[in-house]
Ligand binder design. Sequence first.
Ligand SMILES: [Mg+2]
Length: 375
Amino acid sequence: MSRSANWPFLDDSRRAGLSQNLDRQVGSLRFPAVRLLTLYISPLFRSRCQLPQAEKQLIAIIRARAASKRRGISTGIGDDCAILQIPTGHQTLVTTDFSLEKVHFRREWHPAEVIGHRCLTRGLSDIAAMGGTPIDAFLSLALPPNLPQSWVNQFLGGLLKLADRFHLTLAGGDTGQSPGGVLADIVVLGSVPKGDAIHRSGARPGDRVYVTGALGGAGATLKLLFSGKKLRPADFPSHFHPIPRIEVGRFLQEKGLASAMIDLSDGLSTDLGHICDESGAGATIQAAAIPLASIGKPTSTVGLEFALNGGDDYELLFTAHRAKRVPARIAGIPITKIGEITRDKQVLLVNENGVASKLKPRGWEHFKGAEPSRP
Ligand SMILES: [Mg+2]
């Protein structure tokens, strides 16, 4: 949504309608992120659809009010670049994630609002995994020309509702026409006190391995979708509305509890492998200790396979020195010890009979051609 973008996938009447719809929402919106998006988009339309003077004034008022509340950004909406100022003594975290139709989502399975929510979750979860605080997001969106305007509105609604929850500003982006499906790229910026980011590489032999929440819910729900089941998103929140563990990550960083951390976006077997590889260590995990998610209505507990290899849980996997006292809950989220880091570089899973076997990384790996498309 840079100033040069002009939403080419909309004809003039639809463009005008979207502009007016977005501007009309301003009066009822309390959230800076939403206001900023509206302000940011509106100027794009102004030259093409001649907004009424009253709406122009409203935009000017809100823009001024939004500017006074902005904490980190010196310049964002309405210029060629955003100029960012992060808190003194902090470092900037930057992460970028694609959400691609038929790869990360399917429009027939996922409502637009869900796709917007999940799009931002991917970026926020990476900030959480470093122990950071999210500041701004930038969204680049390529949309097919036949996409209904309501889809775009609902997508943005889902994304901005999550942004507001974490006091995040949508500070810019770009739009374009896609020759194929919907393509969304989210960039999230965060901050962390200098030198205090939690890396994947800090695990040491003897450290305990922990996870937040429960695992496998998203993957098990995906299997139901693949089987053709129609699901109510409200009954399967771990798949449709995962909540990035920002508060947990920040707590661990502030208390100096975690030696290494990663978010569980690809699956425990793969993501634990990343920590072990980066730390030059191995791990032994107790299968019986892994918290299994419950999904559906009535609820049912997912199988261990989903907890080990299902992706998209967006929980945190972290390690802590054995002498550290890690709370049983952080920010209301259960924390479970599932194993420990070993000097031997293998990753082992000990089953309920005490038998250990190699835990191979079977989670999501990009561009693995033989696998089905991942929604
Ligand atoms: Mg990650």
